[in-house]
Design a binder for this molecule. Structure first.
Ligand code: GLN
Length: 246
């Protein structure tokens, strides 16, 4: 079996170690003899290639990079991304990328960045004089009941979701979407939006496997049960964080 993994804007959207997510997807696939090919899709690559991908990842960014990427999404790649997400392509979208998929993002300097409107939500920064949402974030995801996910968040934008049935996780510690309603992230079809950097996948192997499994099931049209891997170090890292912050 093999997987084509599309890494969107690796040169512009990859803060707080987000590239670790690609390393983890690669590592956990190859351990099971699933061949992977990583396709970097940035400003110069054609948008059509998004439709050839089995799994997509886009990381976070500062507001400035977000403006640059968003122009490309609006003009060239957004339509392909929308098509891929609606077709059920699994994808992980962290922080700035998550904000893009919503209706709009009002940045700290009040620049309004139009979103792709794929996720029914919006994000607003309260302005430069307000503190950012920074710190360790621990959540429990509705798609992985009983599993705690840990990571690190650093965002000025506060996200408000219209349909609560599409929330990705419940906040146990930290801010999450907006620091007010105890909600974190968004999930639509197999596309996840989350504020969890850290990066999220190395310390949360259950989520990495969820993405790999979904991608294989969609590609090969059958139920996939991934072989178990030894998660000793991954779990140790996660447990340490949970113990320290709860
Ligand atoms: N620039 C966005 C914000 O501050 C996203 C930050 C990020 O991706 N870490 O809200």
């Amino acid at each position: 079996m093999n997987l084509n993994i599309g890494w969107l804007y690796p040169d512009l959207m990859s803060t707080y170690g987000d590239r670790g997510n690609i390393i983890t997807l690669n590592f956990r696939s190859q351990k099971r003899r699933i061949e992977t090919k990583i396709h970097k899709i940035s400003l110069l690559e054609p948008g059509e290639s998004i439709l050839q991908m089995d799994l997509l990842f886009m990381g976070g960014a500062q507001d400035k990079q977000q403006e640059i990427v968003n122009q490309d999404l609006q003009k060239n790649k957004g339509g392909y991304l929308e098509k891929a997400i609606f077709a059920g392509t699994p994808s992980l979208n962290v922080c700035g990328a998550y904000q893009f998929l919503g209706n709009y993002y009002l940045a700290a300097d009040e620049t309004r960045i139009k979103g792709l409107g794929i996720f029914d939500l919006y994000t607003k920064s309260p302005g430069l004089n307000f503190p950012r949402c920074i710190g360790n974030l621990i959540v429990e995801s509705y798609i992985l009941p009983g599993v705690k996910l840990v990571g690190f968040e650093n965002h000025g934008g506060r996200t408000y979701v219209n349909d609560r049935n599409l929330i990705f996780a419940k906040v146990l510690k930290g801010f999450g979407n907006n620091g007010e309603d105890g909600q974190e992230g968004f999930i639509f079809k197999n596309a996840i939006g989350t504020y969890l950097h850290g990066p999220i996948l190395p310390k949360n192997p259950e989520l990495a496997d969820w993405l790999i499994e979904k991608a294989l099931e969609r590609k090969y049209g059958k139920k996939i049960k991934l072989a178990k891997l030894d998660n000793y170090f991954e779990n140790k890292a996660k447990e340490t964080i949970i113990k320290r912050y709860t």
